[in-house]
Design a protein around this ligand. Structure first.
Ligand code: PMV
Length: 342
Protein backbone atom coordinates (compact mmCIF):
# COMPACT_ATOMS: atom_id res chain seq x y z
CA UNK A 1 0.00 0.00 0.00
CA UNK A 2 1.47 3.39 -1.03
CA UNK A 3 2.24 5.74 1.84
CA UNK A 4 2.50 9.45 1.03
CA UNK A 5 4.08 12.11 3.20
CA UNK A 6 3.20 15.76 2.56
CA UNK A 7 5.15 18.65 4.06
CA UNK A 8 3.21 21.90 4.01
CA UNK A 9 4.67 25.29 4.98
CA UNK A 10 2.55 27.84 6.80
CA UNK A 11 2.56 31.52 5.80
CA UNK A 12 2.60 35.18 6.81
CA UNK A 13 0.89 38.13 5.20
CA UNK A 14 3.38 40.95 4.83
CA UNK A 15 0.88 43.43 3.39
CA UNK A 16 -2.78 43.65 2.47
CA UNK A 17 -4.76 41.17 4.60
CA UNK A 18 -8.53 41.89 4.79
CA UNK A 19 -8.24 44.31 1.83
CA UNK A 20 -7.41 41.26 -0.31
CA UNK A 21 -10.93 39.93 0.43
CA UNK A 22 -12.23 43.01 -1.48
CA UNK A 23 -10.00 42.46 -4.51
CA UNK A 24 -6.94 44.50 -3.45
CA UNK A 25 -3.53 42.82 -4.11
CA UNK A 26 -1.51 41.56 -1.15
CA UNK A 27 2.00 40.26 -0.41
CA UNK A 28 2.46 36.97 1.46
CA UNK A 29 5.19 34.39 1.94
CA UNK A 30 5.71 30.84 3.14
CA UNK A 31 7.69 30.44 6.38
CA UNK A 32 9.80 27.59 7.79
CA UNK A 33 7.06 26.24 10.07
CA UNK A 34 5.50 23.08 8.68
CA UNK A 35 2.49 20.82 8.99
CA UNK A 36 3.27 17.17 8.22
CA UNK A 37 0.59 14.91 6.81
CA UNK A 38 1.03 11.18 6.25
CA UNK A 39 -1.63 9.06 4.61
CA UNK A 40 -2.58 5.92 2.74
CA UNK A 41 -5.68 4.53 1.05
CA UNK A 42 -7.64 1.86 2.93
CA UNK A 43 -10.32 -0.56 1.76
CA UNK A 44 -12.99 0.51 4.23
CA UNK A 45 -15.33 3.36 3.29
CA UNK A 46 -14.11 5.63 6.10
CA UNK A 47 -11.57 8.39 6.78
CA UNK A 48 -9.50 7.67 9.83
CA UNK A 49 -7.80 10.84 11.07
CA UNK A 50 -5.12 10.96 13.71
CA UNK A 51 -4.23 14.43 14.94
CA UNK A 52 -0.83 13.92 16.50
CA UNK A 53 -0.09 17.07 18.45
CA UNK A 54 -0.54 20.83 18.48
CA UNK A 55 -3.72 22.21 16.94
CA UNK A 56 -4.74 22.88 20.56
CA UNK A 57 -5.67 19.31 21.37
CA UNK A 58 -3.86 16.23 22.63
CA UNK A 59 -3.41 13.33 20.17
CA UNK A 60 -6.81 12.05 19.08
CA UNK A 61 -8.28 9.73 16.48
CA UNK A 62 -11.49 10.44 14.59
CA UNK A 63 -13.37 8.21 12.18
CA UNK A 64 -15.62 9.76 9.57
CA UNK A 65 -18.02 7.59 7.54
CA UNK A 66 -17.67 8.68 3.92
CA UNK A 67 -21.27 8.14 2.87
CA UNK A 68 -22.58 10.24 5.78
CA UNK A 69 -19.77 12.78 6.28
CA UNK A 70 -20.91 13.27 9.87
CA UNK A 71 -18.59 13.45 12.78
CA UNK A 72 -19.29 13.67 16.45
CA UNK A 73 -16.75 15.70 18.37
CA UNK A 74 -17.34 15.52 22.08
CA UNK A 75 -17.07 18.53 24.39
CA UNK A 76 -16.01 22.04 23.55
CA UNK A 77 -13.86 21.27 20.54
CA UNK A 78 -14.83 23.71 17.87
CA UNK A 79 -11.28 23.83 16.55
CA UNK A 80 -11.16 20.08 16.11
CA UNK A 81 -14.46 20.15 14.29
CA UNK A 82 -13.11 22.84 11.94
CA UNK A 83 -9.97 20.82 11.20
CA UNK A 84 -12.13 17.80 10.32
CA UNK A 85 -14.30 19.95 8.05
CA UNK A 86 -11.27 21.15 6.06
CA UNK A 87 -10.00 17.57 5.71
CA UNK A 88 -13.31 16.10 4.51
CA UNK A 89 -14.08 19.00 2.14
CA UNK A 90 -10.57 18.74 0.64
CA UNK A 91 -11.05 15.01 0.01
CA UNK A 92 -14.51 15.56 -1.48
CA UNK A 93 -13.43 18.37 -3.83
CA UNK A 94 -10.23 16.59 -4.86
CA UNK A 95 -12.09 13.38 -5.70
CA UNK A 96 -14.72 15.35 -7.63
CA UNK A 97 -11.92 16.96 -9.68
CA UNK A 98 -10.32 13.57 -10.31
CA UNK A 99 -13.66 12.15 -11.49
CA UNK A 100 -13.61 9.56 -8.75
CA UNK A 101 -16.67 8.18 -7.08
CA UNK A 102 -16.66 10.74 -4.29
CA UNK A 103 -17.18 9.45 -0.78
CA UNK A 104 -16.66 5.82 -1.69
CA UNK A 105 -12.91 5.77 -0.95
CA UNK A 106 -11.19 5.27 2.37
CA UNK A 107 -8.09 6.94 3.83
CA UNK A 108 -5.94 6.66 6.92
CA UNK A 109 -4.42 10.09 7.62
CA UNK A 110 -2.26 11.50 10.37
CA UNK A 111 -1.49 15.19 10.88
CA UNK A 112 1.30 16.69 12.93
CA UNK A 113 1.60 20.38 13.71
CA UNK A 114 3.35 22.37 16.39
CA UNK A 115 1.03 25.34 15.87
CA UNK A 116 -2.33 26.00 17.45
CA UNK A 117 -5.13 26.23 14.87
CA UNK A 118 -6.44 29.66 13.84
CA UNK A 119 -3.63 32.02 14.82
CA UNK A 120 -3.23 33.71 11.45
CA UNK A 121 -0.38 31.66 9.99
CA UNK A 122 -2.58 29.96 7.41
CA UNK A 123 -2.91 26.62 9.22
CA UNK A 124 -6.35 25.89 7.75
CA UNK A 125 -5.08 26.68 4.24
CA UNK A 126 -2.06 24.44 4.94
CA UNK A 127 -4.38 21.58 5.88
CA UNK A 128 -6.53 22.13 2.77
CA UNK A 129 -3.45 22.25 0.50
CA UNK A 130 -1.85 19.28 2.26
CA UNK A 131 -4.91 17.04 2.09
CA UNK A 132 -5.57 17.96 -1.57
CA UNK A 133 -1.95 17.08 -2.42
CA UNK A 134 -2.23 13.83 -0.47
CA UNK A 135 -5.47 12.89 -2.24
CA UNK A 136 -3.97 13.62 -5.67
CA UNK A 137 -0.77 11.69 -4.91
CA UNK A 138 -2.58 8.66 -3.45
CA UNK A 139 -4.91 8.51 -6.45
CA UNK A 140 -2.01 8.68 -8.96
CA UNK A 141 -3.06 12.02 -10.39
CA UNK A 142 0.27 13.85 -10.08
CA UNK A 143 2.30 13.87 -13.29
CA UNK A 144 3.90 17.31 -13.27
CA UNK A 145 3.77 18.55 -9.69
CA UNK A 146 5.09 22.08 -10.38
CA UNK A 147 2.34 22.72 -12.93
CA UNK A 148 -0.33 20.98 -10.89
CA UNK A 149 0.34 23.20 -7.88
CA UNK A 150 -2.02 25.78 -9.46
CA UNK A 151 -4.76 23.17 -9.54
CA UNK A 152 -4.03 22.25 -5.91
CA UNK A 153 -4.21 25.94 -4.97
CA UNK A 154 -7.53 26.36 -6.72
CA UNK A 155 -9.15 23.27 -5.17
CA UNK A 156 -7.87 24.26 -1.71
CA UNK A 157 -9.23 27.78 -2.16
CA UNK A 158 -12.65 26.26 -2.85
CA UNK A 159 -12.28 24.19 0.32
CA UNK A 160 -11.66 27.38 2.32
CA UNK A 161 -14.64 29.13 0.73
CA UNK A 162 -16.91 26.18 1.54
CA UNK A 163 -15.81 25.87 5.17
CA UNK A 164 -15.38 29.57 5.99
CA UNK A 165 -18.03 31.16 3.80
CA UNK A 166 -15.54 33.61 2.28
CA UNK A 167 -11.80 33.55 1.68
CA UNK A 168 -9.32 35.17 -0.66
CA UNK A 169 -6.96 32.98 -2.72
CA UNK A 170 -3.96 34.43 -0.83
CA UNK A 171 -3.26 31.68 1.71
CA UNK A 172 -3.87 28.66 -0.49
CA UNK A 173 -1.96 30.02 -3.51
CA UNK A 174 1.01 31.14 -1.40
CA UNK A 175 1.21 27.82 0.45
CA UNK A 176 0.87 25.71 -2.70
CA UNK A 177 3.37 27.64 -4.80
CA UNK A 178 5.72 28.84 -2.05
CA UNK A 179 8.00 31.86 -1.60
CA UNK A 180 7.30 35.56 -1.50
CA UNK A 181 4.22 36.22 -3.63
CA UNK A 182 2.36 39.25 -4.95
CA UNK A 183 -1.26 38.13 -4.96
CA UNK A 184 -3.83 39.43 -7.43
CA UNK A 185 -7.04 38.03 -5.96
CA UNK A 186 -9.34 38.93 -8.85
CA UNK A 187 -7.36 36.97 -11.47
CA UNK A 188 -6.45 34.96 -9.29
CA UNK A 189 -2.64 35.01 -9.61
CA UNK A 190 0.33 34.74 -7.26
CA UNK A 191 3.46 36.23 -8.83
CA UNK A 192 6.82 35.29 -7.36
CA UNK A 193 8.85 38.24 -6.03
CA UNK A 194 12.30 36.85 -6.56
CA UNK A 195 14.90 38.34 -4.22
CA UNK A 196 18.48 37.32 -3.51
CA UNK A 197 18.84 38.61 0.05
CA UNK A 198 17.37 37.60 3.42
CA UNK A 199 14.66 39.88 4.80
CA UNK A 200 15.44 40.12 8.55
CA UNK A 201 11.98 39.09 9.75
CA UNK A 202 10.78 37.64 13.01
CA UNK A 203 7.49 35.73 13.13
CA UNK A 204 5.53 35.14 16.29
CA UNK A 205 2.05 34.90 17.73
CA UNK A 206 0.00 35.71 20.80
CA UNK A 207 -3.40 34.30 21.74
CA UNK A 208 -6.09 35.01 19.22
CA UNK A 209 -9.75 35.48 20.02
CA UNK A 210 -12.22 34.73 17.21
CA UNK A 211 -11.93 32.87 13.93
CA UNK A 212 -10.88 34.25 10.54
CA UNK A 213 -14.50 34.02 9.37
CA UNK A 214 -15.71 36.08 12.37
CA UNK A 215 -13.04 38.74 11.79
CA UNK A 216 -13.89 38.96 8.08
CA UNK A 217 -17.53 39.51 9.12
CA UNK A 218 -16.50 42.22 11.59
CA UNK A 219 -14.68 44.12 8.83
CA UNK A 220 -17.64 43.66 6.50
CA UNK A 221 -19.96 45.27 9.07
CA UNK A 222 -17.63 48.25 9.28
CA UNK A 223 -17.78 48.57 5.50
CA UNK A 224 -21.58 48.49 5.52
CA UNK A 225 -21.64 51.35 8.07
CA UNK A 226 -19.39 53.67 6.10
CA UNK A 227 -18.56 52.53 2.63
CA UNK A 228 -16.79 55.69 1.44
CA UNK A 229 -14.37 55.82 4.35
CA UNK A 230 -13.82 52.08 4.11
CA UNK A 231 -12.98 52.37 0.42
CA UNK A 232 -10.42 55.07 1.10
CA UNK A 233 -8.73 52.78 3.65
CA UNK A 234 -8.69 50.03 0.99
CA UNK A 235 -7.23 52.43 -1.52
CA UNK A 236 -4.43 53.40 0.87
CA UNK A 237 -3.67 49.72 1.56
CA UNK A 238 -3.48 49.22 -2.21
CA UNK A 239 -0.87 51.99 -2.48
CA UNK A 240 1.10 50.49 0.42
CA UNK A 241 1.18 47.07 -1.28
CA UNK A 242 2.49 48.56 -4.55
CA UNK A 243 5.17 50.59 -2.74
CA UNK A 244 6.11 47.55 -0.65
CA UNK A 245 6.58 45.43 -3.78
CA UNK A 246 9.09 48.00 -5.09
CA UNK A 247 10.83 48.34 -1.70
CA UNK A 248 11.24 44.54 -1.49
CA UNK A 249 12.65 44.36 -5.01
CA UNK A 250 15.08 47.23 -4.24
CA UNK A 251 16.16 45.77 -0.87
CA UNK A 252 14.99 49.00 0.80
CA UNK A 253 14.12 47.61 4.22
CA UNK A 254 13.79 50.99 5.91
CA UNK A 255 10.92 51.91 3.60
CA UNK A 256 9.50 48.43 4.10
CA UNK A 257 9.43 49.01 7.87
CA UNK A 258 7.60 52.33 7.47
CA UNK A 259 5.05 50.68 5.16
CA UNK A 260 4.51 47.82 7.64
CA UNK A 261 3.79 50.35 10.40
CA UNK A 262 1.29 52.23 8.23
CA UNK A 263 -0.42 48.97 7.21
CA UNK A 264 -0.62 47.98 10.88
CA UNK A 265 -2.24 51.35 11.66
CA UNK A 266 -4.85 50.72 8.97
CA UNK A 267 -5.59 47.24 10.35
CA UNK A 268 -6.16 49.00 13.64
CA UNK A 269 -8.57 51.35 11.86
CA UNK A 270 -10.39 48.28 10.56
CA UNK A 271 -10.77 47.10 14.17
CA UNK A 272 -8.64 43.96 14.03
CA UNK A 273 -5.67 44.92 16.23
CA UNK A 274 -5.96 44.01 19.91
CA UNK A 275 -4.32 45.54 22.98
CA UNK A 276 -1.60 42.91 23.19
CA UNK A 277 -0.48 43.60 19.61
CA UNK A 278 -0.64 47.35 20.25
CA UNK A 279 1.70 46.94 23.22
CA UNK A 280 4.03 44.61 21.32
CA UNK A 281 4.20 47.10 18.46
CA UNK A 282 5.12 50.05 20.68
CA UNK A 283 7.73 48.18 22.68
CA UNK A 284 9.37 46.38 19.74
CA UNK A 285 9.65 49.64 17.80
CA UNK A 286 11.26 51.25 20.85
CA UNK A 287 13.63 48.27 21.01
CA UNK A 288 14.85 49.03 17.49
CA UNK A 289 12.48 47.20 15.10
CA UNK A 290 11.95 48.97 11.76
CA UNK A 291 8.40 47.71 11.41
CA UNK A 292 5.92 45.65 13.43
CA UNK A 293 2.62 44.46 12.12
CA UNK A 294 -0.31 42.15 12.84
CA UNK A 295 -0.30 39.43 10.17
CA UNK A 296 -3.45 37.59 9.07
CA UNK A 297 -6.99 38.07 10.27
CA UNK A 298 -5.92 39.73 13.54
CA UNK A 299 -7.39 40.28 17.00
CA UNK A 300 -4.12 38.88 18.32
CA UNK A 301 -2.55 35.85 16.70
CA UNK A 302 0.34 36.20 14.26
CA UNK A 303 2.57 39.25 14.04
CA UNK A 304 5.75 40.05 12.09
CA UNK A 305 8.73 42.19 13.06
CA UNK A 306 11.20 43.69 10.61
CA UNK A 307 14.66 44.07 12.17
CA UNK A 308 17.37 46.45 10.94
CA UNK A 309 19.77 43.50 10.55
CA UNK A 310 20.02 39.71 10.98
CA UNK A 311 22.08 40.34 14.17
CA UNK A 312 19.32 42.31 15.88
CA UNK A 313 16.72 39.52 15.41
CA UNK A 314 17.86 37.72 18.55
CA UNK A 315 17.42 40.74 20.78
CA UNK A 316 13.98 41.54 19.34
CA UNK A 317 12.93 37.90 19.78
CA UNK A 318 13.96 38.13 23.42
CA UNK A 319 11.89 41.31 23.91
CA UNK A 320 8.82 39.77 22.22
CA UNK A 321 9.07 36.59 24.30
CA UNK A 322 9.47 38.52 27.51
CA UNK A 323 6.14 40.18 26.65
CA UNK A 324 4.50 36.73 26.47
CA UNK A 325 4.61 36.19 22.69
CA UNK A 326 5.78 32.97 21.10
CA UNK A 327 8.40 33.24 18.33
CA UNK A 328 8.09 30.51 15.69
CA UNK A 329 10.48 31.50 12.91
CA UNK A 330 13.12 33.88 11.66
CA UNK A 331 12.88 34.64 7.95
CA UNK A 332 10.87 33.26 5.07
CA UNK A 333 11.34 30.30 2.70
CA UNK A 334 11.05 29.76 -1.04
CA UNK A 335 9.35 26.36 -1.02
CA UNK A 336 5.68 25.55 -1.20
CA UNK A 337 3.98 22.22 -0.57
CA UNK A 338 6.12 19.07 -1.13
CA UNK A 339 5.33 15.38 -1.12
CA UNK A 340 7.23 12.10 -0.94
CA UNK A 341 6.11 8.57 -1.77
CA UNK A 342 7.26 6.34 1.08
O1 PMV B 1 -5.54 34.71 9.73
P1 PMV B 1 -5.47 33.88 8.50
O2 PMV B 1 -4.19 33.16 8.30
O3 PMV B 1 -6.68 33.01 8.37
O4 PMV B 1 -5.49 34.92 7.25
C1 PMV B 1 -6.66 35.61 6.92
C2 PMV B 1 -6.37 36.68 5.92
C3 PMV B 1 -7.61 37.46 5.48
O5 PMV B 1 -7.16 38.40 4.51
C4 PMV B 1 -8.22 38.22 6.64
C5 PMV B 1 -8.67 36.56 4.87
C6 PMV B 1 -8.35 36.00 3.51
O6 PMV B 1 -9.06 35.06 3.10
O7 PMV B 1 -7.45 36.49 2.81
Amino acid sequence: MTLVEVLVPTKITLFGEHAVVYGIPAIASTIPVYIRIIGKRIDENIVKIRIEKGIQIPSQIFVVKRDENVYEVLGDQNYTKKVLQYIIEALNLCEERLGLNTRSLGYDISIESSLPQGIGLGTSAAISVGITTLCMALNNYIINFEEQKYEIAEISWNVEKRVQGSASPMDTFTISLGGLRYIEPLVPAAHLIDINYEIPLLIGYTNRVGTTAELIRKVKLLREKNENLFNSVLNTIKQIVEKAKDAIKNGDIETLGILMNINHGLLRALGVVNLEHDLLTHILLKAGALGVKTSGAGNGGAFIVLAPSEESLKNLAFVAESLGAKIVAKGIVKEGVKFYIR
